[in-house]
Write a protein that binds this ligand. Structure first.
Ligand SMILES: [Zn+2]
Ligand SMILES: [Zn+2]
Length: 336
């Protein structure tokens, strides 16, 4: 089997930037205009079949809850031992998961620039980053702020479940309800991210908070959670929904894990990862790549890009959409 080439799937412009032939679709599909049976079929399909990476996202909180979490009796009181255990577990997950993409695609550069959106390597001599180094900057914000704040929300939520401060409903009590809530977590997270993200592009918040993330125009895997701590607090704050609605720790952890791990797609910088046997897997999200390139578009995750369509901020990758966005950027010089 021959190795697949990015030229079969897209085109490089004069500056070497790659873009896919296929324009981005608005998700969920068949909602605008609404076609009930097609919408339901596609929506359910997307909720159960979402590729290798999606299955890893889903398996992670379930396995961690079953094998790598303290039991609820232990978490009734805040104690350094179990809190540290969760922190180290989350730190290891981020290092292994994001690290796998970084090592393969950047350190060992196993596929060169094949399927890389932006032909340039990560910055090693740019004053806007800590120590002039993009990777060090990204690692600092991810490991020193991202993982602790994710852990903070997880610890608080487990403690609240253990003390019955929030309504705990088990899978045995209401399996269908739990399954529906579980399946809607990613849609909810996408929608919450959209509104938080719009807020972060409000000038004062952008300047002091979100600009940290947008230092990364040519993103790498560790750019995904490279946020100012205020952005981390807002980013993971959707956890409070699970304090309000009846739910259980697996569902709450699914929200937190999905929030922590899913940014890999939007920031890996590569549309596909190629393996030696000629197989490949999707590893990018062109939708969010365009947000880093043009700022004023695609605030939502790819799964709920319908929100961008409704609010007039959707960029499908076409030249026409780029022209519209560039006109808007000119009006907002503070982004540049
Ligand atoms: Zn942004
Ligand atoms: Zn981003």
């Amino acid at each position: 089997m021959g190795i697949i080439k990015d030229s079969d799937f897209g085109i490089r412009d004069k500056r070497g930037h790659w873009s896919p032939f296929k324009k981005l679709t608005i998700n969920p599909e068949y909602l605008l205009p609404f076609h009930f049976s097609k919408f339901l079929f596609k929506f359910i399909k997307d909720k159960f079949i979402f590729g290798f990476m999606g299955y890893i996202f889903i398996a992670m909180p379930i396995l961690c809850w079953l094998f790598l979490s303290p039991d609820l009796d232990t978490v009734k009181n805040f104690e350094i031992g179990w809190i540290l255990f969760i922190f180290i577990r989350n730190l290891a997950i981020i290092l292994i998961f994001f690290g796998f993409f970084h090592l393969r695609l950047y350190t060992f550069n196993t596929q060169g620039n094949e399927f890389k959106y932006n032909p340039k390597p990560l910055d090693k001599n740019n004053k806007k980053f800590f120590f002039n180094n993009q990777l060090i900057d990204n690692l600092f914000y991810t490991l020193c702020w991202g993982v602790p704040i994710w852990t903070f929300y997880e610890v608080l939520t487990l403690w609240a479940y253990a003390n019955n401060f929030i309504h705990y409903i088990t899978w045995e009590e209401a399996p269908i309800y739990c399954l529906i809530v579980f399946l809607l977590v990613t849609t909810f997270q996408g929608a919450q991210f959209y509104f938080v993200h719009r807020l972060l592009h409000w000038k004062p918040l952008y300047k002091y908070v979100h600009a940290v993330h947008h230092r990364n125009v040519n993103t790498g895997p560790f750019s995904g959670l490279s946020f100012h701590p205020i952005e981390h607090l807002l980013f993971f704050s959707g956890i409070f929904l699970f304090w309000i609605i009846p739910s259980n720790p697996i569902i709450a952890m699914w929200y937190l894990f999905f929030s922590a791990l899913s940014p890999i797609g939007g920031h890996s910088g590569y549309e596909k990862m190629i393996f030696k046997n000629g197989k490949s897997m999707p590893s990018g999200d062109y939708n969010h790549y365009l947000h880093h390139k043009y700022f004023e578009c695609n605030y939502a995750g790819a799964g709920v890009s319908i929100l961008d369509e409704i609010f007039g901020t959707f960029h499908d990758g076409s030249d026409g959409a780029t022209k519209k966005i560039m006109a808007r950027i000119k009006d907002k010089a503070h982004y540049l």
